[in-house]
Design a binder for this molecule. Structure first.
Ligand SMILES: Nc1ncnc2c1ncn2[C@@H]1O[C@H](COP(=O)(O)OP(=O)(O)OP(=O)(O)O)[C@@H](O)[C@H]1O
Length: 225
């Protein structure tokens, strides 16, 4: 068993005086894909924000990569968070956004034309992101996230806006990322995406704010909240 790059033990978070996460345990090793599932409000985004160092834990221990997650440049060199839509540069096209990402990162994972092809953006390469459809903008967000080198991908509902065919392709892209040694933690409402990536599934519930962990893509991974 490789050394885990995520170790969470007894994590608790309160927001606005209410418990959102209580006693959450999670480990993830290089090459693993974890799907965090649960109803709206179960705490999936909060868990991702904790892993990204954006939400301090109320209790428990968090270890991500080399220590507690921290919102600083060294941490973000290895970690990518895809959540809410990023701000786009109005003057830059889709291709130029990817060129920008490729230019500023050492050892990008693929070239721009390959990225446009992989994320099905070739026909919109010269458009402004602001003129893209919702799903096309999500594909651009994911393309930029996957283009840069990283060890850990934190994805909050990556399926948002994507059609069925591209969700299938995304499963392949994430599987290949993990096969190359990367770790993925994704909050998702898409059981098919979780299953297609052979993700280990964890379920967050609201009723007792309890945490259940299940191995593999099995029947226990239903939404229990
Ligand atoms: N800043 C905040 N202040 C108070 N409560 C908050 C805050 N942010 C989130 N919450 C609450 O915490 C709970 C968990 O929210 P979170 O966004 O983590 O859920 P989620 O599982 O990601 O939901 P969804 O599936 O809708 O994205 C919700 O009840 C939400 O209302």
């Amino acid at each position: 068993m490789p050394i885990p790059i995520i170790r969470v033990h007894g994590l608790g978070v309160e927001l606005g005086g209410n418990p959102v996460l209580r006693d959450v345990d999670l480990t993830a090793a290089p090459g693993e894909i974890i799907a965090v599932i649960g109803v709206n409000g179960a705490g999936k985004s909060t868990l991702l924000r904790c892993l990204a160092g954006l939400q301090p834990p109320g209790s428990g221990e968090l270890h991500v990569l080399d220590g507690p997650p921290r919102d600083d440049p060294a941490f973000w060199r290895d970690v990518v968070l895809v959540g809410d839509e990023p701000a786009w540069y109005p003057g830059l096209t889709v291709r130029e956004h990817l060129e920008l990402v490729r230019t500023v990162h050492v050892s990008p994972r693929f070239d721009v034309e390959a990225g446009l092809e992989l994320f099905d953006l070739k026909e919109r390469a010269d458009a402004s992101p602001l003129t893209l459809s919702t799903g096309q903008r999500q594909r651009l967000s994911l393309a930029a996230a996957l283009l840069r080198p990283s060890r850990l991908l934190l994805l909050d509902e990556p399926e948002r806006g994507l059609d069925a065919a591209f969700r299938q392709r995304l499963a392949t892209i994430l599987t290949e990322y993990a096969a190359a040694g990367g770790t993925v933690v994704m909050a998702t409402h898409d059981h098919r995406l979780a299953e297609a990536t052979l993700a280990r599934q964890i379920v967050l519930t609201t009723e007792h704010v309890e945490h259940l962990e299940t191995a593999g893509h099995n029947d226990n991974a239903e939404n229990r909240a």
